[in-house]
Design a protein around this ligand. Structure first.
Ligand code: 4NP
Length: 146
């Protein structure tokens, strides 16, 4: 089974939402892919996703309330086939941590001309809706396009 992990800075705003969107697409299409998410930093370990990420998920018909923050580790997370960064900074951090270059990707390269998914942490709900819309397009492209 193919293994994909989404990575952002805190693992409470963008990457848990990405994991939830991917989980929905995988379930609806019976895909043989496993998904996970993690953060570069350790500030939000064991915390549920940001309330706006959870709200935007619910507004779109699914829940990410079960997810908990965790930190990416070169020791435990090297067997993922695709390690997908939300922005250029996450991408550079993954390189610096020593992950295999061939397995690191940027989600914006799947249909948004490489655009970064903006960090919505200090934004209102509109920022999270924008993130959701960007993730929906790119993750559909990632999982469903041949
Ligand atoms: P995320 O957003 O990387 O999309 O989860 C952030 C969450 C928390 C922090 C930064 C970004 N923080 O500095 O605590």
């Amino acid at each position: 089974m193919k293994k994909i992990i989404f990575v952002c800075l805190g693992n409470i705003c963008r990457s848990p939402l990405a994991e939830g969107i991917a989980r929905e697409i995988i379930n609806k299409n019976n895909l043989s892919i496993s998904v996970d998410s993690a953060g570069i930093g350790d500030w939000h370990i064991d915390e549920p996703p940001h309330h706006y990420s959870r709200q935007v998920a619910k507004d779109n018909g699914f829940s990410i309330d079960d997810l908990r923050g965790r930190k990416i580790s070169i020791y435990g997370d090297s067997d993922f086939d695709m390690i997908i960064a939300m922005d250029s900074s996450n991408y550079e951090d993954l390189r610096a941590l020593g992950f295999d270059k061939d397995r690191i990707f940027k989600i914006g390269d799947f249909g948004l001309n490489g655009e970064d998914i903006p960090d919505p942490y200090y934004q209102g709900k509109d920022g999270f809706i924008k993130v959701y819309n960007m993730l929906k397009i790119t993750i559909e492209n990632l999982l469903l396009k041949k």
